[in-house]
Design a protein around this ligand. Structure first.
Ligand code: CMX
Length: 437
């Protein structure tokens, strides 16, 4: 058995035993109430699922296995000579709840490299799509095509014992993550660079190799990708993409199909697609005012016009967070260190100065602060990755790390088919009548 899988098996079987005992003794304990507002309002805050890999606090933001982003920047292994954390390290941490050593991360880089070959069938499916199909459409189609190689599906068909589900899910997840940068880069190159593909470089880590296959050669872009693919990886279990993966996985659909569902969810403009919407909105602003250095008054006018048109300000607001997103802050810190005097980055910072007051004054927006998507596009544009329709794919490559770690845990814990109860409005009215009587 490989060392990561061995560790995971030991941790998972211990926790599965604990959960069993806990449910036996305390299974009927109430952990919260559900109000009608929550029933009609997107289930905000309803505690109804388990996610081991990360926890989101409205004020502090995300903690991966208890560690904040600034802490991870200090504690996770980095590439030789680099300063940014390696996403391999975060995956290790999320999966087995231990900070990895440099050697363990090196092992994981190697392990993913050894599993990274993508089938010709996957490339053929991608090549059958119009080159101008949205990159997220291409990613979702590719993931479904990749599921033809699912170990879980093959073993299930052979009558796999349910105690082995975690093992097959682990294998699928490792294979999928290993292949994902190649598939994502293939989508980028076929869409924006006439299908001139770049072969993987076996000497690079997972994120740097992705940057290399995209064709952006600035070494600082490799550092950015390491940070980017770390901070977008997980946002506890209830966000739309993670929850979708969890739901689909609970039917014992394989990891590829579960992730494809999650990516369809990430492709919505209220979720991951907001990263493309932010930069599109900024480019439209620049075009409208005729300068890459708009004044704050010009920004205010543009924001008010967007709101008057009945649109949201992309990159601002959050269903859980009530402070600036630490993932926004991490990217700002990166820009302050690596990027000097970039007009679009400056626009992002000026928006940070003016948007919260305007959204706050509306009186209805619960969180007027920037989220992760407010900053990422400006960094990518700086390094030449200007094709913003592609940005959500980058988010998706990172998100795979968190949601697939969680999928391994869900199968190891033997979590059942997810099936909440829905009610009709008529049921609600009758319930209220009966309770008033
Ligand atoms: N601009 C304008 N209005 C906003 C707003 C924004 N950025 N954020 C919230 N609002 C509005 C909502 O549309 C809602 O209006 P109505 O009552 O008229 O429908 C009201 O404020 C209350 O919404 P909320 O409770 O504060 O926010 P929700 O939890 O319902 O929604 C989110 C959260 C992210 C969908 C919302 O803030 C939004 O649409 N933001 C812009 C899109 C975005 O950046 N999404 C990315 C989120 C991060 C990610 O998943 O990647």
């Amino acid at each position: 058995m490989n060392p990561l899988k061995e560790k995971f098996a030991a941790k998972a079987s211990a926790l599965a035993g604990e959960i069993k005992a806990l449910l036996k003794e305390k299974g009927d304990t109430t952990v919260g109430e559900v109000t009608l507002k929550q029933v009609f309002g997107g289930m905000r805050g309803v505690k109804s699922m388990i996610c081991e890999t990360s926890v989101l606090d409205p004020i502090e933001g995300i903690r991966f296995r208890g560690y904040s982003i600034p802490e991870l920047k200090k504690l996770l292994p980095t590439a030789e000579g680099g300063k940014e954390p390696l996403p391999e390290g975060l995956f290790w941490l999320m999966l087995v709840d231990e900070l990895p050593t440099q050697d363990q991360v090196k092992w994981l880089t190697e392990e993913w490299r050894s599993r990274s070959e993508v089938s010709q069938a996957t490339f053929d499916v991608l090549d059958s799509l119009p080159a101008d199909a949205h990159p997220m459409v291409q990613l979702c189609v590719a993931l479904n095509a990749m599921s033809l190689d699912s170990i879980f599906t093959a073993r299930y068909a052979e009558g796999m014992n349910k105690r082995e589900y975690w093992d097959a899910t682990f294998e699928d997840s490792m294979n999928l993550i290993a292949k994902l940068p190649r598939v994502a880069a293939y989508i980028y190159r076929r869409t924006y660079h006439n299908g001139e593909h770049i072969a993987p470089d076996p000497n690079l880590d997972w994120a740097a190799n992705f940057a290399h296959m995209l064709g952006v050669n600035d070494p600082d872009f490799k550092s950015l990708m390491r940070l980017y693919l770390t901070i977008h990886a997980d946002h506890e279990g209830g966000n739309a993409s993670a929850h979708t993966v969890h739901l689909i996985g609970s039917t014992l659909s394989n990891a590829y199909m579960s992730l494809a569902g999650g990516m369809n969810s990430l492709a919505g403009p209220l979720h991951g697609l907001a990263n493309q919407e932010v930069i599109k909105w900024i480019f439209e602003l620049v075009e409208k005012v005729g300068t890459t250095k708009p004044t704050k008054d010009q920004l205010r006018e543009y924001i008010n016009q967007t709101l008057a048109n009945g649109q949201v300000i992309p990159g601002y607001g959050h269903a859980v967070l009530r402070q600036p997103d630490p993932r926004f802050t991490a990217q700002k810190v990166f820009a302050e260190e690596y990027i000097k005097d970039d007009d679009i980055v400056q626009v992002v910072w000026d928006l940070f100065d003016v948007v919260p007051d305007i959204l706050g004054a509306l009186g209805k927006v619960k969180n007027p602060w920037p989220n992760v998507d407010a900053h990422s596009g400006a960094l990518l544009v700086h390094y030449g990755l200007k094709e913003y329709s592609y940005y959500t794919v980058l988010f998706g490559v990172s998100r795979a790390l968190g949601v697939l770690s969680s999928l391994c845990w869900s199968r190891a814990m033997g979590f059942p088919l997810e099936r909440p109860k829905s009610v009709s409005t008529e049921w609600v009215k009758n319930f209220l009548n009966d309770n008033q009587a």
